[in-house]
Write a protein that binds this ligand. Sequence first.
Ligand code: CP
Length: 318
Amino acid sequence: MKNFFSVKDVFNVYDLIKETIYLKKNPYKFNNIGKNKTIGLVFFNHSLRTRISCQKAAFNLGCNTWILNINKDSWKIEVNDGIIMDNTQEHIKEAISVMSLYCDILAVRTFPNLINKDYDYKEILFKKILKYSKVPIVNMESATLHPLQSLSDLITIAECTNFFKKRCKVVLSWAPHVKALPHSVANSFSQWILKINKIDFTIVCPKKYELNEKFSNGAKIRHNQNEAFIDADFIYAKNWSSYLYYGKILGDHRDWMITKNKMNITNKAKFMHCLPVRRNIVVEDSVLDSDDCIVLKQAENRVYASQIIFLKILQSLS
Ligand code: CP
């Protein structure tokens, strides 16, 4: 594996999930491969899980890490080309080129501006990072995708279903939020889960919150949450802003919160969320605190999702 941007960089998703589950059982098996190797972790946006799980993954492989929080720890970075830099101190061209001299893998989290659909969906910033880096790049969440989260989500479902041994129904449910959020988790989850044959996949959201078809094509799209929840084995809750009215929140929709009553409609479904989650806005306490909630399992699997990707890249370097 040269770079890891999306599921398209994965040769076989089933094999990758199997290998990750094996790695989870043998986390230190490859702890020599990272000797004298460094992974740089660069954040243009906040993080708790991604930041720490990637550090732990690197540690399990014997790698060093460094972390840079752009615009907090570094000079203010200019990302536009041909600009007179009156208000910014360092251009992304030099910044990424230099950072890539100080590591063997560069993992980067960017963000969408949620204003310019074209800029976000063309992944302009991430493409610049890929262009200027001299080492392999790992996507720790870009403007439109969060592949390490999705791999972790699929591992979690595989573990709960004994590696997809029987057909199951997974529902990605839009849930309310107070802020306009990116589409990356939802797009990416959809893109990955549609690779698994035995999963019956539904996306339920209010009208005008449909995701970009490039990622959701193949999913059943529904607008009635209660109907969509019938027979569900997994409910994955996530808020996203409108794609159609790009980056906008279209009303309150508090009645879309995931509640115990709604979970009772399902087939004793497991509750999933990528975290962080706003309690009693996205999901009721009683759901998040129930035995059917598997959000911590998802978070735990973030370590092994990152570890397998770093391992594959390190193997390709040696
Ligand atoms: N789920 C996730 O990516 O969490 P962080 O934003 O805290 O990294």
